[in-house]
Design a protein around this ligand. Sequence first.
Ligand SMILES: [Zn+2]
Ligand SMILES: [Zn+2]
Length: 183
Amino acid sequence: MAHHPATSPFDLVVRDLMGRPGAQRMVDTTFPAPTDLGTDLIGVPAGSDVRLDLSLESVQEGIWVSGTVIAQATGECGRCLDTVRHDVAAPVQGLFAYPDAERDEDEGDAEDLFELEGDVLELETVVTDAVVTSLPFTPLCTPDCPGLCDQCGARLADDPEHAHEDLDPRWSTLQRLFDEKES
Ligand SMILES: [Zn+2]
Ligand SMILES: [Zn+2]
């Protein structure tokens, strides 16, 4: 993992919690996303608000982080290409271990295990993964979006009665079969 300077909004200084098992601190912070978080299809755009609502708990091996990342993703409907908005409220958790902490190999889930960089929690990876995991694979404007007319590209949701006069006869046969299947 690349080292980020402590000026990244994803970095939290936890000197006050280190070496004090049982100590706990709540964090509720909002900042503009420094980069896009998400996939090519949908994501939280750079500059839009990312809110971290977290509990930081000092444990023997390091700092246990848990909470929620809240943001709004935008993308494109996979069928009609309309803009899709998706509210993200993704669970975040992980153990940020002291570099010299002794760990049981079979303890915990390796995906939730990170290392403290000095006295800084670098949350970018865990937050980005949480956001990406919570996003839909195929964003849709509505679950039953009818998509686009494959003849002219019109958005069918805007014009459900949409039809073309001069249909190719082969097409109209297909269309009739399709209509029968639908009804
Ligand atoms: Zn759509
Ligand atoms: Zn059309």
